[in-house]
Ligand binder design. Structure first.
Ligand code: SAM
Length: 435
């Protein structure tokens, strides 16, 4: 039996897909490279922007013909596309199962119905060695009410996984050779607030664990080299968390803290719950505690009513803060969100102009930041081969490539002297194994 997997969207979706693939392989399934070669097709979807939703619909439409010719292939659709299931069944009758975001067990159930081959006990075959770096969901859903965002409507309120469940998953991954884990959630900084009375192993003076407690617990797992977490929310990031990141050696100097806008009126209309000044203060506190931190952010341009001056405030904030990475998106109205009721009054070409300008600014800034790394020896965790080179990441999440040297470097921490830099990646030469 074979499965074909197609995933778009956030890291949570990719983590869910990895889990689904792992469970299918335990059932004896193998991965197919083309949908027509599969017995089970799984589309793991995103609708955070209209463009993502369009891709899902395109994919679904292209699979309609295949299902007509090969109706025995099971087609399952998971992720944030899944809303009102009866309506979806009516619109896409060739889909066999619609599965809510992250409900991997429903996929496994569908696969069981399709027939089981010899179950394989542990990680399946040598060609499917575990990846070096794996995302581990620590919570689902979100409690924030950002007016533009569909995620809460599709994934529901925030539900945290208990600390011991996460730690035992991480222990299992480390035993299999995983070197780096990224703790994932729509808002990891509010992790644990719903776990009051369930898990009392806290050091934070409250009855529920927080992300700092979780980092401490995961940090004790043997065999792990690095820990990351994303995404943060500026209103929920505590000083205690910042200090914990600064103190724990395995926790990387890397944070993703979406700002969305640099203008207070727009931030208020987005329902973000902070001002640009508070955001700038947060960045200053992060940098004071973790001087070489790699900072990433998300920005939306062209939110309803965003004036040129308001957009310029965002641009200025990006110039001042100098992020290592900016994910910039043009606003797109999402069904049933509060912002959908506002007039989407910034013309598409103007949104695109603002988006491109932010991209260009960021390319210049990150190019300058990376130039300063030239001739430095930097620790890189090697993730694998790419186009004849070894490819890895720095602790600050920058991509580094270096020459293949006859050794299998996969999963190794190596010191790389940076010999060339660009905005999106760097090249270097190995100095020695870093540990
Ligand atoms: N924790 C994140 C935060 O604090 O905003 C949430 C991650 S969100 C699911 C991913 C990103 O998609 C957001 O940060 C935002 O920039 C973008 N996004 C969400 N809704 C959008 C919309 N309607 N139009 C354009 N971009 C959107």
């Amino acid at each position: 039996m074979r499965y074909y997997l197609w995933t778009i969207g956030c890291q949570m979706n990719f983590a869910d897909s990895r889990k689904a693939a792992e469970e299918l392989e335990q059932l004896g399934y193998q991965e197919a490279n083309r949908p027509q070669d599969a017995d089970l097709i799984l589309l793991n979807t995103c609708v955070v922007r209209q463009s993502a939703e369009d891709k899902v619909v395109g994919r679904l439409t292209s699979l309609q013909g295949l299902k007509r010719h090969k109706p025995e292939i099971k087609l399952a659709l998971m992720g944030c596309f899944v809303d009102e299931i009866p309506e979806l069944q009516h619109r896409y009758p060739w889909v066999d199962a619609f599965v809510k975001p992250s409900d991997v067990s429903a996929i496994v159930e569908l696969a069981r119905q399709r027939g089981i081959q010899d179950p394989i006990p542990e990680f399946p075959t040598s060609q499917d060695l575990p990846p070096v770096s794996v995302g581990v969901p620590i919570s689902s859903g979100c409690d924030h009410l950002c007016t533009y965002c569909i995620v809460r409507l599709r994934r529901g309120p925030e539900v945290s996984r208990p600390v011991d469940k996460i730690v035992s998953e991480v222990q299992g991954l480390a035993r299999r050779g995983v070197k780096e884990i990224t703790l994932l959630g729509q808002n990891v900084d509010s992790y644990g607030h719903d776990l009051a009375g369930i898990d009392r192993q806290t050091t934070n003076g409250r009855w529920s664990p927080d992300l700092a407690d979780l980092l401490e617990a995961v940090h004790q797992v043997e065999g792990l080299a690095r820990i990351r977490f994303l995404t943060s929310h500026p209103s929920d990031m505590t000083q205690r968390l910042i200090e914990t990141v600064a103190r724990l050696p395995k926790v990387c100097e890397h944070m993703e803290v979406p700002v969305q806008s640099g203008n207070d009126t727009v931030l208020r209309r987005m329902g973000r719950g902070y001002t640009a000044a508070l955001y700038r203060d947060l960045v200053a506190r992060i940098r004071a505690a973790i001087p070489d931190v790699g900072l990433a952010t998300d920005v939306i341009v062209g939110f309803p009513g965003e004036t040129e001056a308001q957009y310029r405030a965002t641009y200025r904030l990006l110039e001042d803060v100098r992020f290592d990475m900016v994910h910039v998106a043009a606003y797109s109205p999402r069904p049933d969100t509060p912002a959908e009721r506002l007039a989407d009054d910034i013309p598409p070409e103007e949104k695109e102009r603002r988006r491109k300008a932010v991209d260009q600014l960021q390319e210049r800034i990150v190019g300058e930041i990376n130039t300063r790394l030239l001739d430095q020896d930097i620790e890189v965790l090697v993730e694998g081969r790419h186009k004849g080179k070894w490819r890895g990441r720095t602790r600050t999440n920058k991509l580094v490539f270096f020459d293949v040297d006859g050794q299998d470097r996969t999963g190794q921490l190596v010191l790389v002297r940076i010999t060339r830099t660009g905005p999106w990646s760097m090249q270097g030469q190995v100095q020695e194994a870093a540990g």
